[in-house]
Design a protein around this ligand. Structure first.
Ligand code: ADP
Ligand code: MG
Length: 274
């Protein structure tokens, strides 16, 4: 394969921010689609009970049954929870109805923070071993909270990618997430990295967007992607058609931005692997 992490297993990236509506799901769907378009194989895990990533790929709720709840509970191995998205190189572990209760159920379970990490390294035979996901990237779409579901994603991941909306208090919001990342490093996953911060819903007619972007870049330096995702109506329309924006309107500004972001992520992962 030509994947950046061939031989070392997939690069697992949690897309997280405890704030809702900042572009996590949109980034998971469209970054995954843009990565898959470059011949890299991608798996998206929908870890949000709301299931927006699943519906965004046109996977209807009724078709589910193989889902991320079964992955967390250990009922099914990864290979049996993946569904085809119809997009070459892109598979999905959908969210399921039961995921809403998972947060509570997990509290009393053994290795509750490690359920997803364990599932991602389980062979089809159930023995511990290399991941049975024959993919280059696994993107985990996290719910808008720092509960056990997001914790499971951060423990399973190599890195966290943080979408940040260009609005007032954006930096304040992120400090809570950074504290959680520190805690996860200290207790569960010492190697957890910051993959990057992507500015979303950027409005270039709005001075505040520029000011916030400047602040974030001053604070986080080169951890902030050069690519900025503009606010773009085509991006917000695409999910209601059950399609990533790249398949809905490839030429729009939102699609172009996600293609550019994928390029940055690929270059970055190559550098890390080198
Ligand atoms: P989250 O997963 O963090 O809750 P979403 O990705 O679901 O956030 O985005 C929240 C809302 O904003 C959705 O309705 C989505 O379609 C819309 N949205 C996200 N990114 C953009 C964008 N670049 N331009 C316009 N609308 C966007
Ligand atoms: Mg979401």
């Amino acid at each position: 394969g030509i994947g950046p992490t061939t031989g070392t297993g997939p690069r697992i990236i949690a897309i997280a921010n405890q704030k809702g509506g900042v572009g996590k799901t949109t980034t998971a769907i469209n970054l995954a689609t843009a990565l898959a378009a470059t011949q890299t194989r991608v798996l998206v895990i929908d870890l949000d009970p709301q299931g927006n990533a699943s519906t965004g790929f046109g996977i209807a709720r009724g078709n589910r049954g193989r889902d991320s709840y079964q992955l967390l509970s250990g009922t099914l191995p990864l290979s049996e929870t993946q569904v085809d998205t119809g997009i070459p190189g892109l598979t999905l572990v959908p969210s399921g109805m039961d995921l809403a209760g998972a947060e509570l159920e997990l509290v009393d379970i053994d290795r509750r923070e490690h359920r997803l990490a364990d599932a991602l390294t389980r062979t089809p035979a159930g023995r511990p071993g290399p991941s049975d996901a024959a993919v280059d990237y696994i993107l985990i779409d996290c719910p808008p909270a720092l509960g056990l579901l997001t914790l499971n994603a951060l423990v399973a991941a190599h890195a966290v990618l943080i979408p940040l909306q260009c609005e007032f208090f954006a930096l304040e919001g992120i400090s809570h997430l950074m504290t959680t990342v520190e805690r996860v490093r200290a207790r569960f996953n010492p190697a957890l990295e910051i993959q990057g911060i992507v500015l979303t819903m950027f409005d270039r007619r709005n001075n505040l967007s520029d000011l916030v972007a400047e602040d974030v870049r001053t604070y986080f330096g080169d951890k902030v992607y050069e690519t900025v995702i503009p606010r773009n109506v085509r991006v917000s329309e695409a999910p209601s058609h059950g399609k990533p924006v790249l398949l809905y309107d490839l030429a729009c500004a939102g699609s172009r931005a996600y293609v550019k972001l994928a390029g940055e992520v690929i270059r970055q992962t190559r550098t890390l692997a080198a």
